[in-house]
Design a protein around this ligand. Sequence first.
Ligand SMILES: C[S@@+](CC[C@H](N)C(=O)[O-])C[C@H]1O[C@@H](n2cnc3c(N)ncnc32)[C@H](O)[C@@H]1O
Length: 270
Amino acid sequence: MTDATAETPSNEELAKQIKELSPWHMGIQINDDLNTGMVIAENGEIIVREDDKNDGISLLQLRNGFLKQIDAVYPDGVEDKTFLDCACNAGGYGFWLRERGLKHGIGFDVREHWIKQAQFVQKHRTSGPTDQLEFKISDLYDLPKLNLAPVDITMFKGIFYHLPDPITGMKLAADLTKEHFILNTSIVWGEEDGYMKYGIESRELLMSGVHGLRWFPTGPKVLAQTLKWMGFEHTKLLFCMQIDKANEGRVEIHAARTKGFLDNLPGEYI
Ligand SMILES: C[S@@+](CC[C@H](N)C(=O)[O-])C[C@H]1O[C@@H](n2cnc3c(N)ncnc32)[C@H](O)[C@@H]1O
């Protein structure tokens, strides 16, 4: 079922490697005992989700919520589907889709740090299949250079607001997507929906973009209209919420080219 058959390192050795590859953002189950969302202290003690020991990077366990959405849209699994994960980080979504039979997935991220994590998971995960997945270091804007075949499902999460030209960037991914586009992004909270507001960010921080300039949408409407213009006529808002009473929020929209495709997904068409 997995690639991790040739040699099976001990949990102690795997935990050491998880620590060496830290900080992690994605909690991915490796085997019955180990999850990458564990910060391992010097004395070997396992500390789960303690952000101040994780270089300030949030450690998230997102598998179950994601698979609930996938199961709603694809009750028979995704055995005939292909997947593209833009800014894939440690590649969690691809591994979780493989648990539902995904035919093939490709994930890319601009930072080697994250791709090394994805490759570690691919090598050592026994909690689910890890074949039929590829991970590459690439800037989103270089996506055409990867010469990918169109895919059925695309994940565009945590990347829109790290781009100097998010419309061009998102269109590169949307044009490669045959059916289902998942957009999850930070937004500015408290402004009239329909605009984008610029920001400046570090080019070096592990979770940031690499271009310095960034744009935050002001709400779901501007995003839904953009997706419709890209050919995804049917847009469903899963949530739009304020974060910690700050002027920041988070939005998730699933978009489809075909009417009715997202009917079983909880949310509201917008
Ligand atoms: C906020 S994290 C989101 C990670 C993941 N998609 C998730 O939802 O958990 C932002 C990710 O985008 C990557 N990234 C930033 N700018 C990028 C670019 N221009 N092209 C590809 N990846 C980029 C970062 O390296 C980082 O892994």
